[in-house]
Unconditional design. Structure first.
Length: 102
């Protein structure tokens, strides 16, 4: 298997936020992946659903793999806060948002 960089210009990264209800509360997972390579770039896990979790995953992916051209997310509130959008805008990343999740 070849060792191919996952931060190629023109590729899109995708961010997911998943909340799972458990016996003692919620478990929140944020994952950022490269759509073309289908490779996970960063993930963060917490018991608090806040935007800082998404920011930490985003900063981790950018620090490790460099910037990318497009960030795809849904319209959940953690992906529309200024901390998230400003970080992407300052890195010249195009923000693409799908409709809200059901």
């Amino acid at each position: 298997m070849c060792d191919q960089s996952v931060a190629i210009r023109g590729q899109a990264f995708r961010a997911f936020a998943i909340r799972h209800a458990g016996w003692d509360g919620f478990l929140c997972l944020v994952a950022i992946m490269n759509c073309a390579a289908r490779k996970g770039l960063a993930r963060r896990l917490s018991n608090r659903p806040d935007a800082s979790l998404c920011g930490a995953a985003l900063n981790g992916a950018i620090a490790k793999y460099g910037q990318h051209e497009i960030m795809k997310t849904n319209q959940d509130s953690q992906f529309s806060v200024p901390g998230w959008t400003v970080t992407l805008t300052e890195a010249d990343v195009i923000i693409s948002m799908d409709g809200p999740q059901p």
